[in-house]
Design a binder for this molecule. Structure first.
Ligand SMILES: *[C@@H]1O[C@H](CO)[C@@H](O)[C@H](O)[C@H]1NC(C)=O
Ligand SMILES: *[C@@H]1O[C@H](CO)[C@@H](O)[C@H](O)[C@H]1NC(C)=O
Ligand SMILES: *[C@@H]1O[C@H](CO)[C@@H](O)[C@H](O)[C@H]1NC(C)=O
Ligand SMILES: *[C@@H]1O[C@H](CO)[C@@H](O)[C@H](O)[C@H]1NC(C)=O
Ligand SMILES: *[C@@H]1O[C@H](CO)[C@@H](O)[C@H](O)[C@H]1NC(C)=O
Ligand SMILES: *[C@@H]1O[C@H](CO)[C@@H](O)[C@H](O)[C@H]1NC(C)=O
Ligand SMILES: *[C@@H]1O[C@H](CO)[C@@H](O)[C@H](O)[C@H]1NC(C)=O
Ligand SMILES: *[C@@H]1O[C@H](CO)[C@@H](O)[C@H](O)[C@H]1NC(C)=O
Length: 348
């Protein structure tokens, strides 16, 4: 990772996954959010390369970083690719320990951002990554000072237009949860269990070596759910994602969370599940079917070899592309690791 000792200690626990992943040759671009008497992002636009990290530093007073679109600068993007930091209030007297959020640039398409605080977007508090020559039009549309001719420029498709099925017709903010698969942390998902809301997405970013994320069941942690079943729960499978030791570009696979039911998953690589490389979303931690129990079962069964109980709807090993769902770099066009804003370990 980029060397930033003070930063690392602040996020030592919450950001373990990022702290151990080298981000080779990527630049870190600081952007100040707000500040005393400043209702703006400074700078308000940046040109970034793939792999660069935009580091937002939240200063006074109480702002957000919320993804929108060129067409609707002051409305949150809903569905795949959406992110929102939530409100980050900063004391007027604060001079240090500002909370940070990081956005990893996954492609060169524009990323449009605004502050959700009442009135701020209309005052022009917007930000863009790689806007090309469209920033002025974006900001003008935000402040309502767009000329009549500026509006039609919104016919330019926003980069990460969500699949229509992904967007519930609600104004709820959805978040993308970033999960690192493998890498220097070893055969593990980092984090390996998360809580997510319907409408959220989970983006798996595959680091070294050669892993999958594949849906299974609590009863049979290391056996894939069917991808084609017409009855029972439908599975998903990223396919094998082989990543070379010096790769700097990491493939991704994104799933959509549709309800609050637990989702169980594992790595199909030989031997990995049996050593505990499993993952869950919305496991009920207070009940018996919690993440720890799921992982213990995977280890106890030592992978599929020992699993004798029938899979609820599984029909063996799926092929890596049969669900057509490998989406390199889609919702990952913008992946946000929210440090503090979401995980809450930062100190103001
Ligand atoms: C970016 O911000 C961090 C945190 O405030 C600071 O430690 C670092 O020196 C800044 N980097 C640059 C290049 O300004
Ligand atoms: C920050 O702003 C939000 C939205 O206006 C508000 O709900 C929240 O109470 C504010 N927080 C603080 C500490 O002022
Ligand atoms: C993950 O599982 C552990 C152990 O069961 C639990 O303590 C923790 O709260 C879980 N984390 C999340 C985000 O659910
Ligand atoms: C990744 O693992 C799978 C399953 O073991 C294997 O078939 C495939 O050849 C591996 N890919 C690479 C590039 O090593
Ligand atoms: C990785 O880097 C080493 C030297 O640093 C080089 O010899 C090797 O060819 C590289 N491998 C790939 C797959 O790029
Ligand atoms: C959520 O619903 C979408 C659309 O029906 C589907 O493609 C996706 O696989 C579902 N997500 C999960 C985790 O089952
Ligand atoms: C677990 O499975 C692996 C192969 O996946 C095998 O090499 C190992 O011996 C097994 N361990 C036990 C205790 O059966
Ligand atoms: C994954 O799918 C691709 C495209 O069908 C295929 O070429 C490749 O061999 C598959 N890899 C594995 C490990 O199944």
């Amino acid at each position: 990772m980029f060397s930033m000792p003070k930063f690392s200690t602040l996020v030592a626990i919450s950001c373990l996954s990022l702290a151990v992943i080298p981000i080779a040759r990527s630049a870190v671009i600081n952007v100040t959010v707000g500040g005393t008497g400043v209702i703006a992002y400074t700078p308000n636009q940046v040109t970034a390369n793939v792999g660069d990290v935009i580091q937002f530093v939240f200063k006074q007073k109480n702002h957000t970083i919320t993804r929108s679109t060129l067409a609707s600068p002051c409305s949150p993007l809903v569905g795949a690719g959406a992110f929102d930091s939530g409100f980050v209030p900063v004391d007027a007297a604060a001079t240090d320990n500002f909370r940070l959020a990081q956005l990893t640039v996954e492609d060169t398409n524009p990323i449009w951002i605004y502050c959700r605080q009442a009135g701020h977007c209309a005052q022009g508090m917007v930000f863009a990554v790689n806007p090309g020559d469209k920033f002025a039009a974006f900001q003008a549309a935000a402040t309502g000072s767009a000329s009549a001719s500026a509006a039609p420029s919104a016919t330019v498709a926003p980069t990460a237009s969500a699949p229509s099925s992904a967007a519930p017709s609600t104004t709820a903010i959805s978040n993308d949860h970033l999960v690192i698969v493998g890498g220097t942390a070893g055969n593990i998902y980092t984090p390996s269990n998360i809580t997510a809301q319907p409408g959220d997405t989970v983006t798996f970013q595959f680091h070294q070596k050669n892993h999958t994320v594949t849906a299974s069941s609590f009863q049979d942690p290391c056996r894939a759910l069917s991808l084609t079943s017409t009855s029972g729960q439908l599975g998903f499978d990223s396919g094998f994602m082989a990543v070379s030791p010096n790769a700097t570009d990491f493939p991704t696979y994104t799933i959509q969370i549709n309800d609050t039911q637990p989702i169980w998953a594992y790595c199909r690589q030989a031997g990995h599940c049996g050593t505990g490389m499993v993952f869950s979303v919305n496991a009920v931690e207070s009940g018996p079917n919690n993440f720890a129990a799921f992982q213990a079962k995977a280890i106890q069964l030592n992978g599929t070899a020992a699993a004798t109980s029938a899979s609820p709807s599984g029909t063996g090993t799926p092929s890596n592309d049969s669900n057509g769902a490998i989406l390199p770099g889609r919702s990952a066009a913008a992946m946000m690791a929210l440090l503090g804003a979401v995980v809450g370990s930062m100190v103001l």
